[in-house]
Each structure stands twice: as C-alpha cells, then as structure tokens.
Design a protein around this ligand. Structure first.
Ligand SMILES: [Zn+2]
Length: 309
C-alpha cells in the first residue's frame, strides 16, 4: 500500500538537493563541514561521519543512541563513534517537515553557526524538499506521560496539534519567571522559534571550558548572560529569545523519538536531560500513545503499528 501514489500532504519528505555549510563546533571548538543529502524513505535522520572509515561513522538520530545530555545532545553508535550538538539541526529538520535525511559531517560536532536554527532552516528550504512514496507516521499521544528531575518537570499530553508550553526561571542569576505557549507547526517553528540563539551564563564559562565544553563559544554564536543581561553588543533578538530557544531545544530533543509527535509538551525548567527522559518514557509507556499513519485517525489504537526503526 505504501509504495503506490501517496497524497502529497500525507507523504514522507526529504531534501531535494543538497544543503552545505561549515563552521565551528560550539563545544569542541573544531571547524566542521556539513552536507545534508536526501535520505531513503523510513530511514529517518542519519548522521554520517565522513572522517571515519566507511561504515563506522553512521549514527542514526534515535533515542537508543543517546550518550550524553550535558549542555548538548550526544549520540554514539555501536562502534563508540559520536556526534554532538545535534539538537538545533534536528529542530530545523522538524521545522521544515523533513522526515528522512543523511547529514554528513567531517568531524564530531554539528557546526553551531549563529547558535540558532535560522541558517539550517534557510539552507534546507534552499535545497528544496521532495515528497517520497511512503506515508508519514506520527507518535500520537493518547494519555499523559510525565517525568521529573528535582524541581524540573515535563509532560506530554494529548492534543490535536503539536504544541509546547514551557516556563523557565533562573532567579539566582537575575532571570525572572518566563512562560511561553506556542503551536509547533512548521510555519510557527520557522517564523517564531528558529532564530532564537542558545544562551549561557558568563560566570559558568570558566568551569565549562575546564570540562572541555564551550571551547568554540563566543559572542558570535551564544547569548552570554551577565547578571541577567545579554553581554552581546546587539542584545537579544527579542525579549523572549531565551524561552523561545528552550522551545527549539525541546523540539530537537523530542525529534529523537524518530517520528513527529502529535501532542502537547509542557515543562518547567526544561533541559536536554528532561526532554530525552520524556522520549525514553514513550518506550516505557506504550499504552499512552499510538503510532499512526498520516490521514488515519487514532481510533483507540486500531491503527497501532510497530514503532519506527
Ligand atoms: Zn540549544
């Protein structure tokens, strides 16, 4: 059934041409070239390390391969080879509705560019998108799934459309409570979320560098916060840039589910650990969601299929 004509609104998508960029990895400080190419149907997003021998550097963007959540997402394959800082690129691919793609890198980290997903979105849209002869599938949340880590909490709730409601506060650093509730459709992600840059606190920079992190961070790719204010000469892109970036990170983390999630993600003090806990909780709560083909209603699990991969 899947291989006959698929109505375009229900079809999986990949990139039509190739998209290329190069830049510094924000944590390794290494210069990396990246090329996004078309991926085969039903294969999802796969990273390929071109600096490693053929076959050893294939790293699918799947929760099973999660190897680190400290300041960025790290994935590792069975050979122990890693790719890190994948979250903003994964969010850009979600924002462009790309289901399948191969992301070639000649180093261990996705280039950070300006610290947001804006340039990734632009390069994917420039490369164009192509429909494939397979039906898209979604993870449809049917019952609440909740996780917590200390005072950080997150939940996935049923919703007809993808949404996020997030709140943050860094009272000890002069950042007051901030809250956002937004749709996560492609247009909103591209227009309102994609340009929000990652941020860090000036008083943490030394400790991060001692741990071998943030070696490529600068005012060119990070909003640096000093006593609640952006130290960057241009300031913030908008008053809510910090929490909009949290939405971006959240979308990138949830992308490790391997299929778009139809549900409402709600979180207080979200971070990479909390979001990937939610994705892991999908696996331990199989009765809380269905795997549904585009164009089919969930109907109480009648369309339940095998999870992707
Ligand atoms: Zn981020």
């Amino acid at each position: 059934m899947d291989s006959v004509a698929v109505p375009p609104q229900f079809a999986q998508r990949t990139v039509r041409g190739t998209a290329r960029c190069e830049g510094i990895g924000v944590h390794t400080g290494r210069w990396v070239s990246m090329t996004i190419r078309a991926g085969r149907p039903d294969t999802g997003i796969q990273f390929v390390r071109s600096d490693l021998p053929p076959g050893l550097g294939i790293i699918p963007a799947r929760i099973e391969l999660l190897a680190g959540v400290d300041r960025r997402l790290v994935l590792a394959n069975v050979h122990g080879h890693t790719v890190q800082s994948v979250e903003h690129l994964l969010a850009a691919l979600v924002a462009c509705g790309v289901d399948n793609a191969t992301v070639e890198l000649d180093g261990p980290e996705v280039p950070t560019l300006d610290g947001s997903a804006r340039e990734f979105v632009q390069m994917i849209l420039r490369a164009g998108r192509a429909h494939q002869r397979r039906v898209r599938r979604f993870v449809v949340i049917e019952r609440m799934i909740a996780v917590r880590r200390g005072d950080r909490r997150a939940a996935l709730l049923p919703s007809d459309v993808p949404r996020a409601t997030l709140s943050i506060e860094y009272a000890e650093r002069g950042i007051d409570f901030q809250c956002i509730s937004t749709a996560l459709d492609e247009e909103t992600l591209q227009r309102d979320i994609g340009d929000a840059r990652c941020f860090g606190f000036l008083d943490e920079a030394g400790e991060l560098r001692e741990r071998g992190l943030a070696l490529g961070a600068s005012l060119l790719n990070t909003v640096v916060l000093d006593e609640g204010r952006a130290a960057n000469p241009e300031g913030l892109r908008s008053p809510d840039e910090l929490i909009r970036h949290k939405v971006l990170d959240c979308v990138g983390g949830l992308a490790l589910a391997g299929a778009p999630i139809i549900g409402h993600v709600a979180a207080h003090k979200p971070g990479h650990a909390l979001m990937t806990d939610l994705v892991k909780a999908l696996q331990t709560h199989p009765a809380a969601w269905s795997f549904v083909r585009a164009g089919a209603a969930p109907l109480g699990g009648r369309n339940r299929l095998r999870p992707p991969g």
